[in-house]
Write a protein that binds this ligand. Structure first.
Ligand code: ZN
Length: 368
């Protein structure tokens, strides 16, 4: 059935799965004792590799691939480096506690996992809505780990100071998985809030005029994503746009922030692992990323120094920092999970939850 319909032998998939057992980037184990994970993304990653191995020939559907994989008995285990600190703490505390204390901790851990799931569920729903509408866009963005330049394997390189090349990946989830990689190196700019905000600013400006609602997803990294410079930029772009009505900036729960753009990073890193193309200067990285195989090639945008401008200046000259919301309650910036920007520059709504029912509070950065 599998072969006659899809022209793909199960044996090929089995072989790939066996190979994966030895891979260090996706950890597999026989029994599922994994706690809370995001198996869908790992499965997608494995499926993407399977498709690449088919090299243009017919391949089985994702659902069929998943079915065959599940029958092998292997499960995905989250890599140790990627585990959630809160979950790890709960697991340890639960092991060491008893009776009522243990019950309380179990409940607390369950609540935490539900919050993480809420983020993923809402992300999924937003993407479905965006695909069904020409007016909504879902943008996921994440800065890839630093790309060392030159990329050397020799042990001496570990003791040298290498040039850092940066790649901010913005995946437009509403546009058939189109991914743009904004790339630059440390002599052009740093990797702080101004640079990240500017790349996103450029992406938003280039969206079609029919877009009225943008939803962004990122992790909660304060230095890059959840900060006043980014907020000023998003508020400015919403206020100035003739078509855009709302930007919703949503943050996944810390420790549970796996996004589709992380799959893009994995593709780049894996391609590099199996490539012998020399990387000597930042432009080699830009070219390399362009050649990484996938459903759609990555569009690389090479950033120039003069393009990066400072949103910090905009903040200091046009906004007044306030520590309370319009009801006088102290704002806990580090716990904000959702910020909504509408047409009035400097005024933003926020909440500490991604729950659709939870009310927004208002924070004003203007003097009026
Ligand atoms: Zn967790």
């Amino acid at each position: 059935m599998f072969q006659s319909v899809y022209g793909a032998p199960r044996g090929k998939i089995d072989l790939l799965i066996q190979k994966k057992k030895f891979s260090d980037s996706v950890t597999l184990q026989q029994h599922d004792n994994r706690g809370h994970h995001e198996p869908h993304n790992k499965m997608t990653e494995l499926y993407e590799e399977y498709k690449l191995e088919k090299n243009g020939n017919k391949y089985g559907s994702y659902d069929l691939f998943k079915e065959v994989f599940n029958k092998t008995g292997y499960k995905f285990k989250k890599p140790k480096l990627d585990t959630c600190k809160t979950c790890d703490t709960y697991v340890l505390q639960i092991k060491q506690s008893k009776d009522i204390q243990q019950k309380i901790l179990l409940q607390q851990h369950e609540t935490h996992k539900k919050l993480a799931d809420l983020g993923y569920m809402q992300n999924k729903e937003d993407k479905i809505n965006a695909l069904a509408s020409n007016n909504i866009r879902v943008l996921e963005f994440h800065l890839e780990q630093v790309l060392d330049t030159p990329a050397l394997c020799t042990n001496v390189s570990f003791y040298k100071r290498l040039l850092s090349t940066f790649n901010l990946t913005i995946r437009d989830c509403s546009e058939n998985e189109g991914t743009e990689c904004y790339m630059w190196h440390e002599a052009i700019g740093g990797r702080g809030s101004n640079e990240i905000a500017f790349c996103l600013y450029q992406k938003i400006l280039n969206l079609l005029n029919n877009v009225t609602h943008i939803i962004t997803y990122s992790d909660t990294c304060g230095g890059q994503n959840r900060n006043i410079n980014m907020a000023a930029m998003l508020s400015l772009v919403t206020a100035n746009s003739s078509t855009l009505h709302i930007i919703d900036q949503k943050f996944l729960l810390p420790g549970h922030t796996h996004l589709e753009c992380d799959v893009d990073h994995t593709k780049i890193e894996r391609a590099k692992k199996f490539s012998d193309i020399p990387i000597m200067i930042p432009r080699d990285w830009y070219q390399f990323v362009r050649t990484v195989k996938g459903k759609k090639p990555f569009k690389v945008i090479e950033m120039k120094q003069e393009q990066f401008f400072s949103f910090s200046n905009l903040v200091s000259t046009s906004l007044t920092k306030k520590t309370v919301d319009t009801d006088g309650n102290k704002v806990n910036w580090f716990h904000i999970r959702w910020i909504r920007y509408e047409k009035v520059y400097g005024k933003l709504q926020f909440k500490y939850s991604l729950n659709l029912e939870a009310p927004f509070s208002l924070r004003s950065y203007t003097t009026s």
